[in-house]
Design a protein around this ligand. Structure first.
Ligand SMILES: Nc1ncnc2c1ncn2[C@@H]1O[C@H](COP(=O)(O)OP(=O)(O)OP(=O)(O)O)[C@@H](O)[C@H]1O
Ligand SMILES: [Mg+2]
Length: 473
C-alpha cells in the first residue's frame, strides 16, 4: 500500500532532504513551502499523513491543523516544533496532531515517527476501502458526521487491549465496527474469533468459550480448544452478549479480570492474552434492572462504549450505503450495474428503516434481483413499506436527550457514569495521540504522570505497546 505524505517546510534544502528520505522508504511524498499551498494540495489529493513545520511564512503550521479535519478527515498530522517549545507541541496535540518532533531532529527519529503514523494510516485505509484482502470489515461506509465521529473513536480505542462494548439497534453495523476495532489494532495480524452467544444453547456456550479436556463429560473422547484459546494474541468478538446466562457471566467476568480460566473437566489454569469486543442490541441497563445481567460485568465490558446510531439518525449514509450495497450485489451475482430512479431515491431516503442497514441491504438486493436485466431500479421495485414513505415522509426523529448516553436509552441521568465516560475519553484520546507515551499524555491533560497512571488503573485502561510506539517510561 502506497502511503501518501505531504511535507510543509519553507526551508528548501530541508524539504529536499525530507523528500529524498521518504522516497527511499517508498512513500509517495510531495513537498510545499507554505500552509496556503498545503491547503490546496490537501483539497485535491488523498494524503494519509501531513508533516508540517510550525513557523511558516503566512499561515502557521498550527493554523493549518485546524483546516485538516474539513479538508482530509482522518489525516494523521505530525508537527515539527523548535526545540524547547513544549507549549507549541501541546497546542499542536490539542488541535489534533497525532505526534510531534522537535528541531533539530535526526532523520532516523523523524522516519520512525512517520513509520508509526504510516502503519496506522495503512490500517485505517484497509478498513475504509476494503483493501486488497476485502475482509468483512472492508468498505465501511461512513459519510454522516455521527459515523465519522464513531470511526474516530474506533481509531482512538483500537490500540488498547481495553474491552469495548458495541451497542446499537439491530442491523446498524455492530459486527462491522467490531471487526474494524480488530483491524485497526496491533492485533490485526492475529485471529479475530467470533462467537454469537444467542446462537449457542447455554450448556454448550461454556464449552464453546473455554473448551474441555478429554473425559470432561460423557462422550468427550478428546480435548477441545475453546474460543478464548483460539483468540490468544488476537481479539474475541462476543456477539449478543446480552443473551448470556448469569452463571456464565460470572465466568466471563473472571477471565476479563484475571485473564485466566480452567477448561471443563480440568483444574489446570490456562492463561490467555485476548482482547474482548462485545456487542448487543439489547438494553443492558434494563437487563441489569431486571436482574438478568451482572452490573459488574457490564462495567467491565463497557470500559469503552461505541454506540452505533440508527440509520434514520444518519440519513446522509443512506445514499452511499445503497449505492455500495447495490454495486456489490450486482457484481457478485452477475447482474448489470444499476442506477436508482429519483422517486425511488426519495422513498429510500425518507423511510424510517427500523431494521437499519441490514433492512436497506435486503430492500436493495431484492429490487436488484426483481429488475433482472433492467438497469434502473424504480419506485415500484421497492418493498411496499418503503414505497409508502415517499407518500408520507416520516417525521424527523426526536433529538437524543443529552447526558443519558452512558446509561443507554432512558431518561435517567447517571452523573457518575457521565463523568467517568468523559474522563475515560480524555485519557484514551491523549494516550492515543501520544502513541502511548504516558508522560506526554499526562502533560497534555495538565496532570502529573502518577495521577494519570492511577486514573488509568482505576478505569481499567491498558495500553498495548505498538511495535514502534514509545512507552516513555
Ligand atoms: N457502515 C457500513 N458500511 C457498509 N456496510 C454496512 C455498514 N453497516 C452495516 N453494513 C452491512 O449491513 C449488514 C448488517 O451489518 P452488521 O451485521 O454489522 O450489523 P449488526 O448491527 O451486527 O446486526 P444485528 O443486530 O442483526 O446483529 C451487513 O451486511 C454489513 O455488511
Ligand atoms: Mg450482529
Amino acid at each position: 500500500m502506497n502511503i501518501k505524505i505531504l511535507f510543509v517546510e519553507d526551508d528548501d534544502r530541508l524539504r529536499e532532504v525530507l523528500l529524498e528520505a521518504a522516497a527511499i522508504e517508498d512513500y509517495d511524498a510531495q513537498g510545499v513551502a507554505t500552509a496556503e499551498a498545503a491547503v490546496e494540495r490537501l483539497r485535491d489529493e488523498p494524503f494519509d499523513i501531513l508533516v508540517t513545520d510550525v513557523a511558516l511564512p503566512g499561515m502557521s503550521g498550527l493554523d493549518l491543523l485546524r483546516h485538516c479535519p474539513r479538508l482530509r478527515p482522518g489525516i494523521l498530522s505530525i508537527v515539527i516544533t523548535a526545540h524547547g517549545t513544549v507549549d507549541t507541541a501541546v497546542e499542536a496535540m490539542k488541535r489534533g496532531a497525532a505526534d510531534f518532533i522537535t528541531k533539530p531532529f535526526a532523520l532516523d527519529g523523524l522516519l520512525g515517527t512517520i513509520r508509526v503514523a504510516a502503519e496506522r494510516a495503512a490500517r485505517t485505509r484497509a478498513v475504509m476501502q476494503g483493501g486488497a484482502g476485502e475482509g468483512p470489515a472492508g468498505n465501511l461506509i461512513a459519510a454522516a458526521p455521527a459515523m465519522r465521529k464513531l470511526l474516530e473513536e474506533v481509531r482512538a480505542v483500537a490500540p488498547f487491549r481495553t474491552t469495548v462494548l458495541v451497542t446499537g439497534e439491530t442491523g446498524t453495523g455492530k459486527e462491522m465496527i467490531a471487526r474494524a476495532v480488530h483491524q485497526l489494532s496491533p492485533r490485526s495480524e492475529k485471529a479475530l474469533v467470533a462467537l454469537n452467544c444467542a446462537a449457542v444453547p447455554e450448556q454448550l456456550l461454556e464449552d464453546e468459550l473455554f473448551g474441555h479436556v478429554k473425559g470432561a463429560f460423557t462422550g468427550a473422547q478428546s480435548g477441545r480448544e475453546g474460543r478464548f484459546e483460539q483468540a490468544d494474541g488476537g481479539t474475541l468478538f462476543l456477539d449478543e452478549i446480552g443473551d448470556m446466562g448469569l452463571p456464565l457471566q460470572s465466568k466471563l467476568l473472571r477471565v476479563l479480570q484475571e485473564r485466566e480460566f480452567e477448561k471443563l473437566g480440568s483444574s489446570r489454569t490456562v492463561k490467555v492474552d485476548v482482547r474482548v469486543v462485545a456487542a448487543t442490541s439489547a438494553d443492558l441497563q434494563r437487563r441489569i434492572d431486571e436482574g438478568a445481567f451482572r452490573p459488574d460485568l457490564y462495567y467491565r465490558l463497557n470500559v469503552v462504549n461505541l454506540r452505533l446510531p440508527p440509520l434514520r439518525e444518519r440519513r446522509e449514509d443512506i445514499r452511499p450505503l445503497a449505492e455500495h450495497l447495490l454495486a456489490k450485489f450486482c457484481a457478485s451475482t452477475g447482474l448489470p450495474p444499476k442506477t436508482i430512479s429519483d422517486d425511488a431515491w426519495e422513498s429510500l431516503v425518507s423511510y424510517r428503516w427500523p431494521g437499519n442497514v441490514r433492512q436497506l441491504q435486503n430492500a436493495v438486493e431484492r429490487a436488484a434481483a426483481l429488475t433482472g436485466a433492467n438497469t434502473e431500479i424504480r419506485l415500484q421495485d421497492l418493498p411496499e413499506e418503503v414505497r409508502e414513505a415517499a407518500a408520507a415522509p416520516a417525521p424527523p426523529a426526536p433529538a437524543p436527550k443529552a447526558g443519558t448516553q452512558p446509561g443507554g436509552p432512558g431518561d435517567r441521568v447517571d452523573f457518575d457514569a457521565v463523568v467517568t465516560k468523559v474522563e475515560r475519553d480524555l485519557l484514551l484520546q491523549s494516550l492515543s495521540r501520544t502513541g502511548g507515551n504516558k508522560m506526554r499524555a499526562a502533560q497534555l491533560l495538565g496532570m502529573k504522570r502518577t495521577t494519570f497512571v492511577e486514573k488509568l488503573k482505576r478505569l481499567g485502561i491498558e495500553w498495548e505497546k505498538e511495535s514502534a510506539g514509545a512507552e516513555g517510561e
